[in-house]
Write a protein that binds this ligand. Sequence first.
Ligand code: PLP
Length: 356
Amino acid sequence: MKKHNFYAGPSILPEVTLKKTAEAIHDFAGTGISLMSISHRSKEFVAVMEEAQQLFKDLLNIPEGYSVLFLGGGASTQFAMVPYNLMGKKAAYLNTGAWSTKAIKEAKLFGEVDVVASSDNKNFSYVPKGFTIPEDADYFHITTNNTIYGTEIKYDMDSPVLLVADMSSDILSRPVDVSKYALIYGGAQKNLAPAGVTFVIVRNDILGKTGRAIPTMLNYQTHIDKGSMFNTPPVFAVFALLQTLRWLKDLGGVEAMHGINEKKAALLYDEIERNTFFKGTVNKEDRSLMNVCFVMAEGREDKEKAFLDYATSKGMVGIKGHRSVGGFRASLYNALPLESVEALVACMKEFEQANK
Ligand SMILES: *Cc1c(COP(=O)(O)O)cnc(C)c1O
């Protein structure tokens, strides 16, 4: 039976990424050597790294003056690297969920953290609005897509101070005005690649201002100077990432991708609203295009396991909600085909019919 992969991360990747990467494990770029066993200094791998950086810049229309880095350590290491490199005395954070909360915890190790607003009073079911960003902060940090709670900041906000964004779970899902951000980072395992590579887009002129001594590996400048080759980069994951970037370019880039993502999300959210067995969990205008959370409607709670079993029997994988929200979460990342959303919606309709 065909499986429909709704996992939140690591998650579905384009078929072509899997195919090309599988081939390269046996014979990378015609070298007769495995991708897993070739020097990262070989000209063949250097070409992969350079093309991946350039394509990332092209796809996101990244202006001059920014560097694209591919590092190890995951987005979680960025929670510390950002304040290490950018915080003098004080930074501002918007708390929109579990990942923001973790980023805030790390930032507190480096100085004063002003949490300008938080939606924790309603289990992070909305994105706070109308907050003021303090002008004396060194930067303002946001999480654009809240993978666990299913909310998303779908526009590029204005900030009087450097804007820093964790875009782990919505990078390249829509056009972004990179010029409004000083730094964007994320783990690539949600929308781009297997686990192991972390992307960072950083404006070169913001670094070296804190006066703080920074360990070499945690200093962005090290990786800018060495083109992400200071130490051994995650070779395998970077290769796979490049295949996904090529796939995205062939498909028409982020504008085209955004159109498809809107269509997929609308299909599922419409069914959640229509179907009397289910209800959404977040504020409508803040709904994520990437992670769709829903629970059983009032009075239907006893049917939760039955629906999970039914959907599983129909090939749905990874739709169980995160323990902090419960119910269901369907992640509709770039590589998830419309057909998979249609299959999930069909399950929901069939379940309603069978249980009337
Ligand atoms: C998954 C995720 C992270 C954590 O990423 P790691 O690479 O596992 O450290 C951070 N932020 C967001 C928004 C995420 O979705």
